[in-house]
Design a protein around this ligand. Structure first.
Ligand SMILES: [Zn+2]
Ligand SMILES: [Zn+2]
Length: 156
């Protein structure tokens, strides 16, 4: 209908990406044709451009608009954990000659916790840096490219 803002779910919308045509699938929840590399988050109930994942820690979707902020958060968390670990190790080395005390036990517990948290943060950071380098989101590696870009195969 001319002049109408409503979109037709049956209408065929095509987007060009990397010199390839991709059909823009209809999102039944948002009621619009979503662009390529956009997925509907069931938790937030919205379509997210360049959807990466829904992060339970920040209670939000990670996508095009906040990907760099999420990366910055991970880098700062990683640096914080490294600084915490180094401080605890230096403190433990300095009080090595002292008998067992509460400071020694607490420093050991904090150093152990920082070490345990450092590995998953580092791995997530590596995954995100690789996704930035390859311009592919981790979600795209799980879902086939054809399904992600063109889930509806009506175009043929
Ligand atoms: Zn949607
Ligand atoms: Zn979400």
């Amino acid at each position: 209908m001319p002049g109408s803002l409503e979109q037709d779910p049956e209408a065929c919308h095509t987007a060009w990406m990397f010199r390839h045509a991709s059909q823009m699938p209809w999102c039944h929840q948002c009621k619009f044709h979503r662009p390529p590399r956009t997925l509907h988050c069931a938790t937030c109930n919205i379509c997210v451009e360049e959807y990466d994942h829904h992060c339970r820690w920040v209670n939000n979707c990670i996508g095009h608009r906040n990907f760099w902020l999420f990366l910055l958060l991970l880098v700062s968390l990683f640096l914080y954990l490294v600084a915490l670990l180094v401080t605890c190790v230096i403190f433990l080395v300095r009080i090595l000659d002292m008998p067992l005390c509460i400071e020694k036990i607490m420093s050991f517990i904090v150093a152990l916790s920082a070490t345990g948290a450092l590995l998953p943060v580092f791995l997530l950071l590596v995954v995100l840096v690789v996704s930035v380098n390859t311009a592919r989101r981790p979600y795209e590696l799980q879902v086939s490219r054809a399904e992600y870009l063109c889930p509806d195969t009506r175009l043929g």
